[in-house]
Structure formats: structure tokens, C-alpha cells
Design a protein around this ligand. Structure first.
Ligand code: IPE
Ligand code: IPE
Ligand code: MG
Ligand code: MG
Ligand code: MG
Length: 299
């Protein structure tokens, strides 16, 4: 996958441009926003949108800035997820989390500002009247995905299931609950990222639905792999503190099913994604390669 690094570099370059300059007012906030977003991160979400757009025949440079909206929104979700009131993590991408490197109040505002900036970027790019309907559809797609009915709903249920906030705790139907959490807290934005490629390419109907279906599968697989890595990887490899899920009493694929079954589920999802990707881009395309990369990380 030689192309992955080139894609990451392209996204990194666009992110540097769309983020407010560090020396512009309010400097401390802008510095912290750039700290949160730049220098690390796999950039999976914008890359997925670029690949889905390319699979439909588009040139990803058309949407270089727009897809950064996904990464800004993702960055916000990480900064808030790491806060002491949520997962209380001190390490992210191999560096101190934003509330440690700066302070908690600044980290809350960084999240607020990155969320706003992410939606603004989607509303603004690509520029030009001819893109206006696609920009509007993009804002609606991503806004819905990260709403209380999407990512934030998943975060709420994740906290309830782990007992960090009052709410229903463990139940007989934990398997259904766990899938609901993962499809929302992580799956919703990843699904929308792939679907964004179709929306920006102006594709609707069956093709858009099939694109979304691949993204949905990848979204679930991504969080299953994240659960496995939390239980197996080193801080060095992960850039995060491992073992946090078990320690916090989180409901995850590893805590519910054990490592072997979690990996088997991931492999099954890999097979499903291979078929869905082939229907979108033919055999062995880049969406397929990225999906297998996600599976391999956890297996
Ligand atoms: C981490 O996302 C949080 C989850 C949704 C599992 P990533 O694994 O994409 O994190 P970065 O952006 O590469 O650091
Ligand atoms: C994060 O899930 C989901 C969101 C940030 C929306 P996790 O809490 O498992 O992610 P990590 O492990 O901290 O990256
Ligand atoms: Mg979390
Ligand atoms: Mg977390
Ligand atoms: Mg995790």
C-alpha cells in the first residue's frame, strides 16, 4: 500500500491550510487546535472519502479541502473523548492529550471550535455555485452522523454501559447493545466518510447506498480492531495508553467475547467488506486494501 503515505501527506497538507494559523487571535486556542489535529493520526476518514470519490471516477484534488472537515470533526471527538470526565486519557498519538498539554478548559473549547470548523469547511468547500447542492448534502450527511442520533448517542451509551454515568448497566442483551454502541460512536462517522465521497461525486440512489453499506461494515470493523488493540498493543505501537477499556469496565468486543472471538468477528467482517468493495471498484482496489489494513491491525 505505497499509496497510503501519499494520501496521508496530501491530507496533512490540506489540513495545514484549512486550520486557522497559530499566530492569529485567539493564539492559545489556535495553537491547541493545531496541536490536536496535526502531527499524527492515520487520516482514515478523509482518505476514505477521497477513495470513494476516486472509485466513481473523480479526481480527489477537487475535494482536498472539503474532506478535511471529517478530520476536524474526528479531532474534536478525540479531544473530548480523552477528557477526565469521559475516558480520562493522558496519551494520544504518542503525545500528551490536549487537556494535559494545555488545560481542561482549553481542551473543551478546542473540541467546540474543531466541531464548528469541521462543519464550516464542509459548507465552504469545494468553492463555486455549481457545488452548492453537494455542499449542502455533505453538511447534512456529516451533521446527522455526529448528532445525538449518531456518534454522540454512541458515546452516551458507551459511558452508560461502562457505568461512568448513571443509566442501564450490564444486561442479558449486551451483544445487541455493544453493536449499537460501536455502530454509533465510531461507525457513524466512518460510514458518512465513505458516503461523503459519493455525495461529493453527485451520486445518489443505489450506488450511494452500496457505498454507505461498505462504510457501515468498515465502521464496525474499525472499532472491533480498536478494542482488540486496546487489549493487546503496546503504548509505543498504539500511541495511546493500552488496557484502558478493561480498567474502566467498558463494554467492548474483547471484554464481552474474549480476544479470539473478537478476532474471528473481525475476520468475518473482512470477508464481507471484500465483497462490498469489489462491487464498488472491481477486484483489489484501494477501498479493499484499506479495509484489509483495518482488519490486519486487529488480527
Ligand atoms: C480512534 O480513531 C478513535 C476511534 C474512533 C476508534 P483512529 O484510530 O482513527 O485515530 P487516529 O486519528 O488515527 O489517531
Ligand atoms: C472513541 O472510542 C469514539 C469516539 C472518539 C467518538 P474509544 O474511546 O474506544 O477511542 P480511543 O480508544 O480512546 O481512541
Ligand atoms: Mg471512549
Ligand atoms: Mg477513548
Ligand atoms: Mg478504544
Amino acid at each position: 500500500m505505497d499509496w497510503l503515505q501519499d494520501e496521508q501527506r496530501a491530507v496533512e497538507a490540506s489540513l495545514k491550510v484549512v486550520l486557522p494559523p497559530a499566530d492569529s487571535w485567539p493564539e492559545r486556542l489556535h495553537q491547541a487546535m493545531r496541536y490536536a489535529v496535526l502531527g499524527g493520526g492515520k487520516r482514515i476518514r478523509p482518505i476514505l472519502a477521497r477513495l470513494a470519490y476516486a472509485a466513481i471516477g473523480g479526481d480527489p484534488t477537487d475535494i482536498a479541502e472539503a474532506v478535511c472537515g471529517l478530520e476536524l470533526v474526528h479531532g474534536y471527538s478525540l479531544v473530548h473523548d480523552d477528557l477526565p470526565a469521559l475516558d480520562d486519557d493522558v496519551l494520544r498519538r504518542g503525545r500528551p492529550t490536549v487537556h494535559v498539554a494545555f488545560d481542561e478548559a482549553t481542551a473543551i473549547l478546542v473540541g467546540d471550535a474543531l466541531l464548528t470548523e469541521g462543519l464550516l469547511v464542509l459548507g465552504r468547500f469545494p468553492r463555486g455555485d455549481e457545488w452548492a447542492p453537494r455542499r449542502a448534502a455533505a453538511v447534512e450527511l456529516v451533521g446527522e452522523a455526529i448528532s445525538s442520533r449518531g456518534m454522540i448517542g454512541g458515546q452516551m451509551e458507551d459511558l452508560e454501559a461502562g457505568g461512568q454515568v448513571p443509566g442501564p448497566s450490564a444486561s442479558a442483551d449486551d451483544a445487541t447493545r455493544l453493536e449499537l454502541i460501536h455502530r454509533h460512536k465510531t461507525g457513524a462517522l466512518l460510514e458518512a466518510s465513505v458516503e461523503l465521497g459519493a455525495v461529493l461525486a453527485g451520486v445518489d440512489g443505489d450506488r450511494r447506498r452500496r457505498t454507505a453499506r461498505f462504510g457501515e461494515c468498515l465502521g464496525l470493523a474499525f472499532q472491533v480492531a480498536d478494542d482488540v488493540l486496546d487489549a493487546t498493543a503496546t503504548a509505543q505501537d498504539l500511541g495511546k495508553t493500552p488496557g484502558k477499556d478493561a480498567e474502566a469496565g467498558k463494554l467492548t468486543y474483547v471484554t464481552l467475547y474474549g480476544l479470539d472471538r473478537a478476532r474471528a468477528i473481525l475476520t468475518e467482517l473482512g470477508g464481507e467488506m471484500a465483497e462490498l468493495a469489489e462491487a464498488l471498484e472491481g477486484p483489489r482496489g484501494r477501498l479493499h486494501e484499506l479495509a484489509q489494513f483495518v482488519v490486519r491491525r486487529g488480527c
